[in-house]
Ligand binder design. Structure first.
Ligand code: MRU
Length: 337
């Protein structure tokens, strides 16, 4: 891709500002835990696995910034960072999974000096990042085998390198399938209101994979007119019963795929599977500021006082899913055909 999505620079994290893409490739430096939390909340960085990775570095940053303090002060600052990062976005379980790992290192190293402790936390953040890169590679190989030769495929949101810091989940599968000559063209819905489809178009454009950027509202028309072999999407949380929380619009896409006999594939690492969450109904769905819907770009198209509902995610029940792809392999979903 050329520009690193995130890069640890000795004592701070440099991240590509995704709100500026694809028109500008601009990085920002995160040097304080508050900046990490703001970057996640404002979606400068986004995508379930990447949120977890950046939050883990945010905890390490808090520790490094406090490593010359007495242990009690040091610990207070790191715990405050853990809390504020956990309060950024509620739906992607990868965030809480990563923070739990960081918390375990903090608790485990209780007798060490703040400096040694900070190093252990930084190493854990690097491990979380490295494991995601490895999971993405395995997922890409596992998922590509499901795509027939020379297929059109459909996706939603952005699930590529920008969402994981590796090769991506669903988009990683699509890139690998393209390398194996299985993908003819990728249809990329814009993904209102935050337009994450622009990020997918940017990645496909750079990777020279043929694509078409389409209005969200055209998916039904597309499936009734074009031969599409599969929709491949990511996930923010997969409940124990197989229900999937993913970007708003995923559920209606799954319904349309079932109607048109198009395979519906969910690609996600193990860290997205939440055994402690029984069903999709138990997943907290983030609701974001109504201005994201009232505006197109920087312009209001709806007055401020008009009421808006802006859920960031929806739930697709297991019965609409053909396959789940993870780093461990492929599992069948609940769709009968
Ligand atoms: O609101 P976002 O952009 O963070 O939402 C991202 C998605 O919904 C992705 O599909 C999901 O995180 C899987 S990404 C690997």
């Amino acid at each position: 891709m050329g520009v690193p999505v995130i890069s640890w620079k000795n004592d701070y994290l440099m991240v590509l500002d995704q709100t500026k893409l694809p028109l500008r490739e601009q990085s920002v430096d995160l040097t304080k835990p508050e900046e990490y939390a703001r970057a996640i909340r404002d979606m400068k960085v986004r995508g379930a696995p990447l949120i977890g990775i950046v939050a883990a570095y945010g905890v390490a940053q808090a520790a490094l910034n406090s490593q010359n303090e007495q242990f009690a002060e040091f610990e207070k600052h790191v715990r405050r960072a853990l809390e504020s990062l956990a309060a950024t976005r509620p739906t992607a379980v990868n965030l809480f999974w990563a923070l739990k790992r960081m918390q375990a290192v903090l608790d485990d190293n209780i007798l060490r000096s703040p400096a040694k402790h900070a190093l252990a936390l930084l190493n854990e953040a690097k491990s979380i990042h490295r494991e995601q890169v490895e999971a993405d590679r395995a997922m890409a190989m596992n998922g590509a085998a499901l795509i027939p030769r020379n297929s059109n495929v459909l996706t939603i949101c952005n699930t590529g390198a920008l969402a994981t810091g590796g090769e991506g989940t669903a988009l990683g599968v699509i890139f690998e399938a393209h390398r194996q000559k299985r993908v003819k063209r990728v249809f990329v819905p814009e993904t209102r209101p935050r337009m994450q489809g622009r990020l997918t178009a940017w990645e496909l454009h750079k990777g020279r994979v043929p694509y078409k950027f389409i209005p969200d509202t055209s998916v039904g028309a597309l499936l009734s007119r074009e031969e599409v072999a599969a929709a491949i999407v990511g996930a923010d949380r997969i409940a124990a019963n197989g229900d999937v929380a993913n970007k708003i619009g995923t559920y209606q896409m799954a319904v349309l795929c079932a109607r048109h006999g198009v395979k519906f594939i969910v690609a996600a690492p193990r860290s997205t599977f939440d055994a402690g969450c029984p069903t999709g109904n138990d997943i907290t769905i983030e609701e974001r500021d109504g201005d994201e819907v009232r505006k197109v770009g920087r312009c209001f198209v709806l007055p401020k006082e008009y009421l808006v509902w802006n859920p960031a995610f929806d739930i697709t029940p297991r019965e609409l899913i053909s396959h789940y792809v993870s780093e461990d392999g492929v599992e069948s979903g609940g769709r009968e055909d």
